[in-house]
Design a protein around this ligand. Structure first.
Ligand code: PLZ
Length: 450
């Protein structure tokens, strides 16, 4: 039995790493068989375990193993699983009414979430929002809005970018396997430009921007571009932080040419990076911003927020969807936002980086297989390469991740080359668990290299 000691309880759940069986345990193995017989093989899973409870910094599986959650269900449970404020608001709402469809008969929660988004997103201009169900849907709607507003068609995205799995957002996503392979034909008028990737391109922000701008001008024509869509810190691409000045120059190019600049903050938004939105680190003000994931404590909700004149340019009835801005998801969002504000979650994200960065840098120094520790706040990753090179080592990355899983730490891998180990802990992660997770990660690097 492996444990990390603690008497702390969150929602009655001990904040400890506790392994009582092998991973996966016998109950999960049984359930995996049922899963295989019932669930499409096309739906993947990082770990072959099934969860019974989760709170604070842990997920507890059906065999009773308590694992440290360094993934937050891919950057979703920012305020922690089943945060009390979220539970209270959702419970109250679910008992009142579950659905009317905002496009049929309206309710206050939807309006209140839009007001919060308009207030919290960068820029003090007048804003409007519209609510959807998933990040992909938000991105797709941002493109629809930009096309109506500009009466143009071309959409610019970037290398290593990820925007979703619907047809248009698949086209916008850079990586083929597993997201796009065999699923074409893809939506037209999507153009991919070089991303600023300081570790690999060796360019300053302005140099990298000049390269992308020259290509946009020559290969598409600035006056043909409806929208430039970019993640201010790329998520699935490998937590790539563009060199300083890159985003600013791209925003200026967009502004100078009547192009709608869209920041896809689905992964980086809502306190994840130590600011409400990652755009703020560079002082950029997007015309439109897409959000999802962390917005609603685990319930499906997404949004497009932006300049009133752009958002209001769409004909009445042009935006919507049966479930978009569902009242229960809105209640969860209001609970999450309240938790972020009252518990100063941005400070918690900064503190997580303070703890993680030096320990990861120490692993980098000691092992020689980490080309870079990067990210901001509680969105931190290491790029794993063959020693002394920038050559990706996906095999080693996967070995280390699996080793962590076996020791009760949920970590995720990502990146175009599969060689990024990324960490997205809930911001309420207790410090003793964060330290314990880092110790396991360090051990697993050493074991994988032994
Ligand atoms: N934009 C920046 O990170 C979702 C994808 C997981 P949805 N990223 C996790 C997977 O393998 O499907 C994401 C993102 C950015 C858009 C999306 C899409 O958000 O809510 O998954 O549709």
């Amino acid at each position: 039995m492996t444990t990390s000691d603690s008497s702390t309880l969150v929602n009655g759940i001990a904040q400890e790493r506790r392994l009582v069986t092998a991973i996966p345990g016998p109950k999960s193995v049984e359930m995996q068989k049922r899963r295989t017989g019932a669930v499409s093989a096309g739906v993947g899973a990082t770990m072959p375990i099934f969860i019974d409870r989760a709170a604070g910094g842990v997920v507890v599986d059906i065999d009773g193993n308590s694992l440290i959650d360094m993934g937050s269900g891919i950057a979703v449970t920012t305020v922690g699983n089943s945060d009390q404020g979220v539970v209270d608001r959702v419970t109250e709402q679910v008992a009142k009414f579950t659905h009317t469809c905002f496009m049929v008969t309206q309710y206050e929660g939807y309006v209140e979430v839009c007001e919060a988004l308009n207030r919290l997103t960068p820029g003090d201009h007048e804003k409007r929002s519209a609510l959807f169900n998933s990040g992909a849907e938000a991105v797709e709607n941002a493109v629809k809005i930009a096309r109506v507003y500009t009466k143009r068609q071309a959409v610019v995205v970037f290398e290593h970018g990820y925007h979703g799995r619907t047809n248009m957002t698949m086209a916008m996503t850079a990586k083929a396997a597993p997201y796009k392979t065999g699923f074409g034909p893809f939506s037209p008028e999507i153009y991919r430009m070089p991303m600023s990737y300081p570790l690999h391109d060796g360019l300053s922000g302005p140099e990298a921007a000049a390269k992308a701008i020259s290509r946009m001008s020559k290969e598409i024509g600035a006056d043909q571009i409806a929208a430039i869509v970019i993640e201010p810190i790329q998520g699935e691409g490998g937590f790539i932080v563009p060199a300083e000045g890159f985003l600013k120059d791209i925003v200026k190019f967009a502004n100078d040419n009547g192009i709608v600049f869209v920041a896809d903050e689905v992964q980086a938004g809502f306190c994840r990076t130590g600011k409400w939105f990652a755009s703020e680190h560079e002082g950029i003000v997007p015309d439109l911003i897409t959000t999802a994931k962390g917005i609603a404590g685990g319930l499906p909700l997404a949004a497009v927020t932006g300049r009133a004149e752009i958002m209001d340019s769409v004909h009445a009835g042009g935006l919507g969807g049966t479930y978009g801005g569902n009242p229960i998801a809105c209640a969860a969002a209001l609970g999450s936002i309240a938790a972020m504000e009252s518990q100063d979650m941005n400070a918690k994200a900064v503190r997580i980086e303070e703890i993680m960065r030096p320990r990861l840098e120490k692993i980098a120094e000691e092992t020689g297989v980490i080309a870079e520790v990067r990210g901001r706040g509680a969105m931190i990753a290491v790029e794993i390469t063959k020693p002394g090179t920038h050559e990706p080592d996906a095999e080693l990355t996967s070995k280390i991740a699996k080793g962590c899983h076996g020791e009760g730490v949920v970590v995720l891998t990502t990146g175009t080359y599969g060689n990024i180990l990324r960490f997205l802990p809930p911001l309420v992660m207790p410090e003793h668990l964060l330290e314990d997770a880092l110790t396991i990660i360090e051990q697993q690097f050493k074991e994988a290299l032994a």
